[in-house]
Design a protein around this ligand. Structure first.
Ligand SMILES: Nc1ncnc2c1ncn2[C@@H]1O[C@H](COP(=O)(O)OP(=O)(O)O)[C@@H](O)[C@H]1O
Ligand SMILES: [Mg+2]
Length: 335
């Protein structure tokens, strides 16, 4: 956050982004204190970002002008490289310190999960190329489960869904020791001594960034009560078919640990893995898959708290205004 008092124009300009995934906002206040307004700077590009090299420039510079695009999210675009590697090219404006923090977290997760039957990403190198941050990682085995679902039917498909859910359940067995509930990286101020306190603090913060029409629903979700776990475990929180790789019916890798990952209640991973099979987020899943998933929850005696957990998740994601399908899901669940 930067404050720029500007006595020539008679206004203070304050640039704010309360967290990396929130829109940049410019607060403008008259120096004499008479006026105040907030300008949403989404879509604004800093002169640095505007000058940044394009993905094509960087790929050509690295000697891989025809690298295949694997996927693109809000933070990075991922390309396949020779020798079983991938290039994660962070969007212009990304910070080296954040890429390093993510690499550190991934190393801990991959060491703590070495006993699991699937792999998790780890970073081989981080490079700054002009103003862009390029991260090289090993190519992990499998195809996104969201894609595999388009090819499976019958018992094979049911098995894939069950394995997707069983793998979600084991994320909490990745050994990480942390004496708090809350984010593993980034917003450490949200860490709390209890799960319920973190749940409330996170939505309180979400109130600042959610669209105005969702504010009342997010505020109401702050009263959601969920059971307190005995201990804090790793929760991915963005575990859904597009972030999971599969080979036939087996889960081979879990991707995209990072900004969302928290120390929390292991049950939240199960609730979220089921909730995210909804059509807006997992269009390749079908109603039968969703029934399989709810049956799986019921078998674990997790159905009673599921609607409350899902409401909290929808309120949590309400900051992601640039993701139309996610916002459609939030709006429907919170309605
Ligand atoms: N290490 C990897 N090995 C194989 N595929 C990967 C790897 N990392 C990313 N991908 C592919 O790129 C896509 C986007 O990567 P992901 O880590 O989910 O980032 P984001 O969703 O933030 O763009 C994934 O869905 C997957 O298809
Ligand atoms: Mg992803």
């Amino acid at each position: 956050m930067v404050a720029l008092p500007n006595r020539e124009t008679g206004y203070h300009f304050r640039w704010e982004r309360s967290r990396a995934d929130k829109p940049l906002v410019c607060r403008v206040r008259a120096v004499n204190g008479t006026e105040s307004s907030k300008i949403d700077m989404r879509g604004w590009r800093s002169p640095d970002a505007a000058m940044a090299k394009t993905d094509q420039d960087i790929l050509a510079q690295l000697g891989f002008p025809t690298a295949r695009l694997l996927g693109s999210g809000s933070e990075a675009t991922v390309y396949a490289l020779p020798k079983a590697r991938v290039l994660r090219l962070m969007k212009p404006g990304a910070r080296l310190a954040d890429a390093e923090a993510r690499a550190h977290l991934l190393a801990k997760i991959s060491a703590g999960g070495s006993h699991l039957p699937f792999v998790t990403p780890h970073v081989q190198s981080i490079e700054r190329i002009d103003e862009r941050i390029a991260v090289i990682e090993p190519l992990l085995p499998g195809t996104p489960a969201s894609e595999t679902l388009t090819k499976q039917a019958g018992e094979q498909r049911r098995l894939l869904i069950c394995n997707y859910l069983n793998a979600a359940e084991t994320i909490a067995d990745i050994t990480l020791t942390a004496e708090y509930f809350g984010p593993l990286m980034g917003e450490t101020a949200l860490r709390a001594p209890s799960w319920s306190l973190f749940l409330r603090k996170r939505l309180e913060q979400g109130l600042q960034s959610c669209p105005a029409d969702l504010r009342a629903a997010v505020s109401a979700a702050m009263a959601v009560e969920l059971p307190e776990p005995e201990r804090a475990s790793l929760v991915h929180l963005d575990y859904f078919p597009a972030n999971v790789l599969a080979d036939q019916t087996a889960i081979t890798a879990v991707l995209d640990f990072g900004a969302s990952s928290i120390m929390g209640d292991r049950r939240m991973e199960a609730w979220s893995a089921v909730a995210y099979l909804d059509p807006e987020l997992s269009p390749t899943a079908n109603e039968n898959d969703r029934i399989t998933a709810r049956t799986w929850l019921a078998e674990r005696d997790l159905m009673t708290d599921y609607p409350r957990a899902k409401r909290w998740l929808a309120a949590y994601w309400s900051f992601a205004a640039d993701d139309a399908s996610l916002m459609a899901w939030c709006r429907r669940v919170l309605a």
